[in-house]
Design a protein. Structure first.
Length: 461
């Protein structure tokens, strides 16, 4: 039985909240206050973890204070890769020590890549087929480092890449710019020479690109049992399917009339995509919130759209949970576990001091791990009970203090690694490792490849 923990309520003012606790709405602040009644600390950051608590911190690490939010990646031997501002870090799994930093602070960098300027923002790292680290940049380029932190190549993308590239089943690299004006597939053979000219297999640009796409996303690659492979791109009013061999458009599926995509997409084992949508604009929010699923043939599912919440907010993140559930994060109305099997919310967790819940992950024992703005990290039970939390220190600079949260990683030994703002936090609550779900976090797996074929759950079957 997981110990029931209490929750600190911090007096931060949000624009709107929830009012009731029925099948489609999140609990009121009074309900949450009952859970929080026992906690008297002024700030969770001042609370030391003890052995008696449900979770304990194994190590902490501070990265460069300013920069873009990004989701960490886990490489071979559990080496962790994260970005902070214009830097990339390789972090040792047991101590949090730096194995290398790019650019090298000693100034001894070698390689083919022009070093980033101090103002260049680097985004989510992706682990390629050969262990290379691929990441997008605010400076309109895709960068590749080898596993030793040496720059291999950089290619122009005609726009920022604030989400992540994806890895095709043959190891080639698929990248999409935020403005949709550049899509490229890059041959893996580029790593041997650093010469980009002859290794771009196909690209679309300008009017041939995809318009109105959601920012900070990655293309989602569906590698099917038949051997067919295509990828999805989510736009505000539609989802697009493209061939991976030549980039040609297979089809466009319009979202239900009046609905706008608001979250990242996730795939299931059939290659179908699910995305959250909003309807009824209310300032920066929407009044109704749905799940929309489109199958691998581009057909809207019979259950779509499924109403999951009513009230002024925005669903900003989706990931897969145990027992046919989705882990749903919102902008200002907390977190919920939604049952695809029963079509209803099974549990929810709301606290009036956090916003923008990042894609969560769930362990084999049901524990759910997620980050929320500003710099909160949480562990809850699948019944929605608080297990453990921390309020991390605020970065000193304005950019760092306003970074969006990131999707945690669960290692096989049950260690959860949070990357929120410029802080890394390795936490152990259980020995149980990641749940066997198809799309458990941003990028679909711990390497962030965005490829269905790389799902840990499918590999276990």
């Amino acid at each position: 039985m997981i110990p029931r923990r209490t929750l600190l309520l911090v007096a931060l003012v949000l624009a709107m909240g929830c009012s009731s606790s029925d099948g489609n709405t999140l609990p009121s602040q009074d309900v949450v206050a009952d859970i929080a009644a026992d906690l008297q600390f002024a700030d969770a950051a001042d609370v030391d973890v003890t052995e008696e608590e449900a979770c304990r911190t194994l190590w902490k690490k501070t990265t460069f204070t300013s920069g873009a939010s990004s989701h960490a990646a886990l490489g071979k031997n559990d080496v962790l890769y994260v970005t902070g501002g214009h830097r990339v870090y390789a972090i040792a799994p047991t101590s949090g020590a730096e194995q290398w930093i790019w650019p090298d602070p000693s100034g001894t960098d070698e390689g083919y890549v022009e070093l980033p300027e101090d103002t260049e923002q680097l985004y989510t790292p992706v682990i390629g087929a050969e262990g290379d680290i691929l990441l997008g940049s605010q400076r309109n380029r895709l960068i590749c480092l080898n596993k030793n932190g040496v720059g291999i190549f950089a290619v122009d993308t005609d726009g920022p890449v604030t989400g992540a590239p994806a890895i095709l089943s043959n190891g080639n690299i698929l990248v999409l710019s935020d403005n949709g004006q550049r899509m490229k597939v890059i041959d893996l053979g580029i790593q041997a020479t650093g010469d980009t000219k002859n290794y771009v297999l196909w690209e679309f640009s300008g009017d041939n690109g995809t318009n109105d796409i959601l920012p900070a996303q990655q293309p989602l690659v569906a590698s099917l049992e038949s051997g067919d492979e295509f990828f999805w791109v989510v736009a505000k009013g539609a989802v697009y399917r493209y061939r991976t061999d030549d980039g040609s458009l297979i089809g466009t599926t319009q979202l239900p009339e009046g609905q706008v995509a608001t979250s990242n997409g996730i795939l299931d084992e059939t290659g179908a995509i699910t995305v959250a949508t909003g309807e009824g604009v209310a300032n920066a929010y929407f009044m109704k919130h749905y799940l929309v699923t489109v199958d691998a043939d581009g057909v809207l599912s019979a259950d779509s759209p499924a109403l999951i919440h009513e009230g002024p907010t925005k669903v900003v993140s989706l990931s897969g949970g145990r027992k046919e559930t989705l882990l749903v994060g919102t902008n200002n109305s907390g977190f919920m576990l939604y049952s695809l099997k029963f079509g209803e919310t099974l549990a929810n967790f709301y606290q009036d001091s956090f916003q923008d819940v990042a894609p969560a992950v769930q362990g084999l024992d049901g524990l759910v791990y997620f980050s929320a703005f500003p710099h909160w990290i949480y562990v809850i039970s699948e019944a929605g009970e608080l297990v453990w939390f921390r309020k991390l220190e605020e970065p000193d600079d304005l950019i760092g203090a306003n970074l969006a949260p990131s999707s945690p990683i669960l290692r096989d030994d049950g260690v959860a690694i949070f990357h929120n703002g410029n802080f890394l936090h390795a936490v152990q609550c259980t020995e149980a490792g990641p749940a066997a779900v198809v799309w458990p976090r941003f990028g679909g797996n711990r390497k962030n490849t965005g490829n269905l074929a790389d799902s840990e759950a499918l590999k276990q079957e």
